[in-house]
Design a protein around this ligand. Structure first.
Ligand code: FAD
Ligand code: DLZ
Ligand code: SF4
Length: 507
């Protein structure tokens, strides 16, 4: 008899550890533990989602004939860690060893590797590219650009392929996908599910144990099993996907979800299978229900970006999260935890993060990420914030997006140049600036948009690093053409802004 570990983000029928084992002899171990629930102060909605989904998955396995040793967070014997629970269950059942699918975080991989039990780790084949596939692709390349990796994934899966050519003759339709915010959104947002008894019990537990964490627990409407997640997906494919591409980068004061799929949390926990999701989107294109720019853009996020960032996380190794290529050391300001700010874009992005455990890609990259990078915040603190506050955040996917793509702290492995912008980009893509205390058109002065000031401050302090970058030379030339007094004013005002922020004043 062996133990089969199923972690909170491994809730998939086709999990390699479950496939390897035998329901008549082996015992599934699942555990809600303090260590996993507190390595960062997770958003209460994220904890509630996972615990409820874990409980339902355990019940489903039992219905299918598995014996499941499930530990609830407040069980008296709970040892508080995954390894502690495995040791306890192994002695309780006199188990010969533990079979598990590779976790998505080095911390846990190392802890399981150190268990005083016989262990057998299997690869996580819910992904399209294995570690070896990624290594083979990366081998000998000077730059690891996502676009080329993505083309290989298209060939491998056959998605949107016309023989050996891409559907429509082009691999990427992104140039059609950058429309500013629409006046009206004709999609009602994600499907919302009323909590059943299992969910209610978990909500009470989370309220009691994690009520002080940043984030609003109720109303709670996430899907918590595969059936519900598929219902949500089906509606989005019909009503949201057709305009997903057009407005992928747009942001609105009064619409938190626009045409986004809100499926990251379901795919990452194992409730939805990434390939199945992409095949359904491809079918919508084939049936004439969604245009190619939307479907290609969506499929690229999943078989391209999602697989690529995982490849980078595992290739780069456990020290990836502590990289700080730009030597940024400023503390994360309190406005990221909900303190007042006069910057409407930050207030809106953080506010919806607090309420929904969700913000879409451009809010994460070009609002909160952009600000942290321009202001020189310690990337380790930024990483822990993102890992805590989003319901879809696990280190394998969050860290490359934050440390690499957003904060340029990996020295340029993922991004060829930092994702920075002045207020102008946010103004173009959103309606945030119209209701902001700052003026996006003001480049200096007491009402100047802080992004405008910090943009030049960033470029100035990192001149040695970026001036020779062919994609950034233009920005330096614009700065160098400003007269000297203006340059001094901009840099001084940026300094003053940062000092006020560091002193805890509302900025
Ligand atoms: P949609 O916009 O509808 O996209 C569909 C799916 O594509 C997503 O569900 C996701 O599975 C995939 N996807 C899209 N972009 C990426 C990407 N860059 N990397 C990986 N998968 C992607 N995604 C996470 O899943 N977990 C994270 O912790 C996370 N942290 C991020 C931090 C930063 C700073 C940035 C810039 C991006 C981060 N992303 C993360 C990527 C992306 O923002 C989210 O996947 C997306 O916002 C989830 O919402 P959605 O399901 O509505 O996605
Ligand atoms: C994120 C999370 C949380 C909050 N709680 C648990 C838990 O109690 N038990 C569990 O098995 N998994 C949990 N997880 C998910 C793990 O942290 C995740 O498996 C690792 O970070 C690897 O991706
Ligand atoms: Fe954000 Fe600047 Fe626009 Fe205000 S003016 S919403 S700070 S970009």
């Amino acid at each position: 008899m062996r133990l089969v570990l199923v972690l909170g983000d491994q809730l998939s029928d086709n999990l390699s550890a479950l496939r390897k084992c035998d329901k008549d002899n082996d015992i599934v171990v699942m555990a809600e533990v303090a260590d996993e629930a507190s390595y960062v102060p997770h958003h209460p909605k994220k904890i509630a989602f996972l615990f409820a989904a874990m409980r339902k998955f355990a019940a489903k396995l039992e219905c299918e004939g598995w014996q499941v040793a499930y530990t609830k967070l407040d069980d008296r014997q709970n040892t508080g860690s995954i390894t502690g629970e495995l040791i306890r269950r192994a002695s309780e059942h006199d188990a010969a060893g533990v079979v598990y699918t590779e976790p998505g975080e080095w911390r846990l991989i190392e802890a399981l590797g150190d268990l005083p039990l016989k262990t057998h780790q299997l690869s996580d084949d819910r992904f399209i590219a294995s570690h070896k596939d990624f290594e083979d692709w990366a081998e000998g390349r000077k730059a690891l650009r996502m676009e080329y990796f993505y083309r290989d994934m298209r060939r491998k899966t056959g998605l949107l392929m016309d023989g050996d050519k891409p559907e429509g003759d082009k691999w990427n339709y992104d140039h059609e996908n950058r429309k500013p915010a629409p006046d009206q959104v004709d999609y009602g947002g994600p499907m919302q599910f009323t909590p059943d008894d299992t969910v209610e019990e978990v909500l009470t537990l989370v309220e009691n144990r994690f009520g002080d964490n940043f984030g609003t627990l109720r109303p709670f409407w996430f899907a918590t099993d595969t059936g519900q997640a598929r219902q949500h997906l089906a509606r989005w494919l019909t009503d949201g996907l057709p305009k997903f591409g057009d407005f992928q980068d747009a942001m609105l004061n009064d619409n938190r979800f626009l045409y986004h799929a809100i499926i990251g949390l379901y795919i990452n926990a194992g409730l939805l299978d990434p390939l199945e999701v992409c095949q359904k989107a491809e079918q919508a294109y084939k049936d004439g229900d969604a245009p190619l720019n939307a479907v290609e853009g969506f499929i690229r996020q999943i078989i391209g970006w999602r697989e690529y960032v995982r490849g980078i996380y595992f290739r780069e190794g456990p020290d990836y999260t502590s990289r700080n290529g730009l030597d940024h050391t400023r503390k994360l300001p309190a406005m990221y935890w909900g303190a007042d700010t006069k910057m409407n874009c930050i207030a809106k992005s953080v506010g919806q993060t607090r309420d929904e455990a969700y913000a879409h890609h451009i809010q994460r990259l070009m609002v909160t990420g952009n600000f942290a990078l321009l202001a020189g915040i310690d990337p380790g603190e930024v990483h822990e914030w993102y890992l805590a506050v989003y319901a879809d955040a696990y280190e394998w996917v969050e860290a490359p997006n934050v440390i690499g793509m957003s904060q340029f702290a990996d020295g340029g492995i993922i991004a060829s140049k930092p994702y920075i912008s002045s207020g102008n980009y946010i103004h173009k893509m959103s309606d945030y600036c119209g209701s902001c205390a700052y003026k996006v058109k003001d480049k200096t002065g007491e009402n100047a948009c802080p992004f405008n000031l910090l943009y030049w401050h960033f470029l100035d302090r990192h001149r040695d690093r970026f001036e020779a970058n062919p994609r950034m030379g233009n920005m330096y030339r614009v700065f160098d053409r400003m007269n000297e007094d203006r340059q001094k004013t901009v840099l001084q005002e940026a300094e003053d802004f940062l000092s006020r922020m560091d002193a805890g004043r509302t900025v």
